[in-house]
Design a binder for this molecule. Structure first.
Ligand SMILES: [Zn+2]
Length: 335
């Protein structure tokens, strides 16, 4: 048995359609350094990969660590992608990226193991390891912003499914023949609960003749966002209340469905919707828990995420750490 004396750090690489962020993270989740830059998305994957490699260099220099102290890298990126082959397939937020072998490209240059997962799964791993899910074996993560993403942790590990696409909680059907979703399906949770869909339903209702303070609050009908709905809700607007109640009902149904399948100890909710605070959590708990059987309701809580704006980098770092642990386990078993 050998004991490690020096800590081993990992790179967390967060690829978004508008910004790139890279940080160096300790095994305990301390962010040692952090660099960000706007994504040159229109210049294509080769240029963005060069940007990422420059950011990795920048994060290393800023950290003051030796290159040899950074032992692995994890990447969180918009899907669809294949975490097993490390190929990014064709994410809507990265136009021009078609079947990009991102893991091969990065590990070739960085000379360390690189692992990849979609941004919601990465965030689930990050919250589980460093945030609101610490010490919890069975956890569901749900992020609600412009879209709805999710990740499922069972027995302390990310549940990946047959080809790495498990946890697409946003595309669970909640309304038969309902609104069309970005995925092409109908009645998905995302088509009701995402910030975009909440604002869209408000705009449709007003265009259909409903009166509300929201166009004036936002400046115009087109400028209404989920934040406008929150402000109008606090000011007692009847339409905002109606749309929000419907959102809570459907979100409660969706959360109850995942609780019924996975029997988690905790549901962690992240993303912009958590700004609704007490207008969200107590009524959502009530609506979700009354739909599940008593033994399931008895052990689960529904709480806000904890990592905030660092979730991208810390989630990617958690992808690297999980892959590292899995490979060490393989070595123990087979060597
Ligand atoms: Zn969908």
């Amino acid at each position: 048995l050998t004991l490690r004396t020096e800590p081993h750090y990992v790179l967390g690489i967060d690829i978004g359609g508008t910004k790139l962020a890279v940080g160096i993270v300790s095994p305990e989740g301390r962010l040692v350094s952090e660099v960000r830059t706007p994504t040159l998305v229109r210049e294509g994957p080769d240029r963005v990969i060069r940007q990422l490699l420059d950011l990795c260099d920048g994060a290393l220099v800023q950290s003051g660590l030796l290159r040899s102290q950074v032992v692995a890298a994890g990447v969180g990126c918009g899907g669809p992608l294949d975490p097993i082959t490390g190929v990014v397939m064709e994410p809507p937020n990265l136009p021009g990226w078609v079947d990009v072998p991102l893991v091969a490209r990065l590990s070739d240059r960085l000379q360390i193991p690189v692992s990849l997962d979609n941004d919601a799964n990465a965030a689930a791993l990050g919250e589980h390891r460093f945030g609101a899910g610490r010490g919890i074996a069975n956890m569901i993560y749900l992020t609600i912003s412009t879209g709805v993403g999710g990740g499922v942790i069972t027995d302390g590990r990310l549940y990946q499914g047959e080809n790495g696409n498990a946890g697409e909680i946003g595309h669970m059907g909640v309304v038969l023949g309902g609104r069309t979703c970005g995925c092409g399906g109908q009645g998905c949770l995302e088509a009701y609960a995402s910030g975009t869909s909440i604002a869209g339903r408000v705009r449709e209702a007003i265009a259909g003749g409903r009166t509300s303070m929201m166009p004036e609050l936002a400046g115009s009908l087109e400028q209404i966002t989920a934040e406008t709905v929150l402000a109008a809700l606090r000011a007692g607007d009847a339409l905002a209340r109606e749309i929000w109640e419907e959102t809570l009902d459907l979100l409660g149904m969706g959360v109850a469905n995942v609780i019924s399948i996975f029997n988690p100890r905790r549901v962690v909710l992240g993303g912009g919707i958590t700004n609704f605070g007490d207008l969200l959590f107590p009524p959502l708990r009530e609506r979700a828990l009354r739909r599940v059987m008593a033994p399931l309701a008895a052990v689960v809580d529904i709480v806000p995420a904890e990592l905030g704006s660092t979730v991208g980098i810390l989630g990617a770092a958690a992808v690297a750490l999980a892959a590292r642990e899995a490979s060490e386990l393989v070595n123990v078993v087979y060597k």
